[in-house]
Ligand binder design. Structure first.
Ligand SMILES: [Zn+2]
Ligand SMILES: [Zn+2]
Length: 583
């Protein structure tokens, strides 16, 4: 008996509702009913069932249905490919896409974007080129959905120039094309291009060019270059467009405020949004940890549990990081154990943070045991953490043993190479020290130049050590001279041992009193009003002597000075720093 048309339509309607509400048990009942009525062989019903299983995260049920269905149409193929793509099975999505092509079906404005999305997830450039060629061949590339998806795919594969070319050639652009390209630029650290493109998007009608994804990318650019003034303007725009209620945007706002040294702003964003996702919780946790609001980090974690939000591996990384920077060994061990209770296996970064925590606290033997117990090969950052511990506690013997292990690994990054060379030098193994230095040169790794910068209005003032290129050089150096006398009276004595021991970049060659952060602070002192805190960003670690000097500067000038180095924040006030000299 043939099923009635009207029955079939009703079944489809109910299926769509159940798909929207993702009601698995009711959907399963309806599927049973469909089989009983013999509707399963109808293309439309099959298509809705495939979608239903895809949305309820059962892509393999979609797969089974698809295989058992005899009359596969373009829609059925499209549904099953989407099912795989939406459930993070990009390999399967692409395999079925190829099978569809072999069946003689042409890709359309739905299947092509699905395939490019899967290709982007795999970052596979050869596949990207094939899909692009297919779009050209099937004359689909002028379609706005296909074009945008190509832009997004190339951007995610890191081929930003091709992405730009496709973008420029598109007759019509939509929000996906704009946000895809802005995201691509921001991921590659091409901040200026990202911001320029964002400006173009705003100049055209921003209602259709900007979404939460775009705003979040731009906010990330602002945080990475600590463009606080611009970031605040973008926050204003988020507010105006109501995207500030998106968890995605809120997370980026929290890290913007935190990275620019204004953690209070982050708290405000966090408090204002009551519906929070895990990304937001994690963003707030890392902000607290970086600003040494250690107690608050633990409090938030408790709160997370009480509202039923499940932590993930990033959450635990934040907690361990907070413990490590506050020297809370027992607490750190507690969280490390707690991970397993939550079914999360510690990754190499968790081990590195644990080793860092133990190493800094002087428990070097215990740190070594943690490394020995690692189920995977220790990474460079794990050894680096142990080397740092050795340096702080002057254990030259262990340091040179670790250095030997790292040497066996072959190519390493420049940061750890400097640590290696210092470790050998400290142990008097000059030959190896020279070898480490030579390796650094041979690999053509350039030592990072130490830079500090201050934002003033729409301008960023950047200083290198001993820099004399700034317009106000004369005033800056005079200010430092004047400060030097006051600081000496207050009891400051420069510790020149840091010139040789601790500084990693090429700041070493410069006289310690003209390290970049001091020039930036002097600039802030002569430029900003008394009540405005001086915010300095630095790309390398602050050396011990500058840390002491800044404490004295904050006392002598009665100013609040916030310094972000490559690792954490220091807030200097009244001759003290929030890090408690533990960094
Ligand atoms: Zn310094
Ligand atoms: Zn500090």
């Amino acid at each position: 008996m043939l099923p009635l048309q009207s029955d079939c339509r009703d079944v489809c309607k109910v299926l769509v509702c159940l798909t929207h509400s993702r009601s698995l048990p009711k959907g399963l009942q309806l599927h049973a009913y469909v089989i009983k009525l013999g509707f399963e062989a109808l293309p439309l019903v099959c298509h809705h069932l495939i979608n239903f299983y895809s949305k309820t995260n059962l892509p393999h049920s979609s797969h089974k249905l698809f295989d058992s269905f005899p009359h596969k149409s373009a829609t059925t193929w499209s549904s099953v490919i989407s099912a795989f793509a939406q459930n993070d099975l990009p390999h399967l999505a692409l395999r079925f896409f190829r099978r569809m092509l072999r069946h003689g079906l042409l890709p359309d404005d739905h299947t092509l974007p699905t395939a490019t999305k899967s290709c982007a997830a795999l970052s596979s450039l050869p596949t990207a080129h094939s899909l692009h060629a297919l779009a050209l061949k099937s004359a689909n590339h002028f379609d706005v959905f296909v074009g945008s998806s190509l832009v997004d795919m190339y951007a995610k594969c890191g081929e930003i120039n091709i992405a730009r070319k496709v973008f420029d050639e598109m007759p019509h652009k939509n929000v996906v094309s704009w946000s895809g390209l802005i995201y691509g630029y921001s991921q590659l650290g091409l901040d200026e291009e990202a911001l320029n493109l964002f400006k173009c998007a705003l100049q055209q009608d921003y209602d259709i060019r900007v979404n939460d994804f775009t705003l979040s990318s731009v906010l990330r650019v602002c945080s990475a270059s600590t463009l606080f003034e611009l970031g605040k303007q973008v926050h204003g725009l988020c507010f105006k467009t109501s995207f500030d209620s998106s968890c995605f945007v809120a997370s980026s706002l929290i890290s913007l405020y935190s990275k620019c040294g204004v953690v209070e702003g982050g708290y405000k964003v966090f408090e204002e949004l009551k519906v929070r996702n895990l990304g937001m919780w994690n963003a707030m946790l890392i902000a607290c940890a970086q600003h040494a609001h250690t107690g608050k980090t633990f409090e938030l974690f408790e709160e997370m549990g009480s509202v039923g939000m499940k932590p993930n591996f990033i959450t635990f990384l934040c907690l361990l990081y907070a413990c490590s920077h506050a020297g809370l060994v027992e607490r750190g061990k507690h969280y490390f154990e707690l991970m397993k209770d939550h079914g999360i296996e510690p990754g190499s970064q968790h081990y590195a943070t644990m080793v860092d925590l133990l190493g800094r606290a002087g428990k070097l033997a215990e740190a070594v045991r943690v490394i020995e117990d690692m189920p995977m090969e220790p990474t460079e950052s794990v050894w680096g953490a142990l080397l740092t511990g050795c340096r702080i506690h002057g254990n030259t013997e262990l340091a040179s043993f670790v250095a030997d292990r790292v040497f066996e690994m072959g190519a390493v990054s420049s940061g750890i190479n400097v640590l290696l060379s210092n470790a050998y030098a400290a142990a008097g193994r000059w030959e190896e020290a020279a070898r480490a230095r030579k390796m650094l040169r041979d690999q053509g790794i350039k030592k990072e130049t130490g830079l500090s910068w201050v934002e003033e209005g729409n301008r960023v003032h950047t200083f290198a050590a001993g820099d004399r290129s700034h317009g106000k050089t004369k005033e800056i150096y005079e200010k430092l001279e004047e400060l030097g006398e006051k600081m000496a009276k207050a009891g400051y004595v420069a510790d020149t041992s840091f010139v040789l021991k601790e500084v990693d970049g090429d700041e070493k060659s410069q006289t310690i009193r003209y390290h970049s952060e001091r020039l930036a602070i002097a600039f802030g002192l002569i430029t900003f009003p008394q009540e405005r805190p001086i915010r300095v960003m630095k790309n390398l670690r602050v050396c011990g002597d500058c840390h002491t000097a800044i404490k004295f500067i904050s006392k002598c000038t009665q100013r609040v000075i916030i310094v972000r180095d490559n690792n954490r924040f220091h807030r200097f006030e009244e001759g003290k720093c929030t890090c408690g000299d533990y960094w």
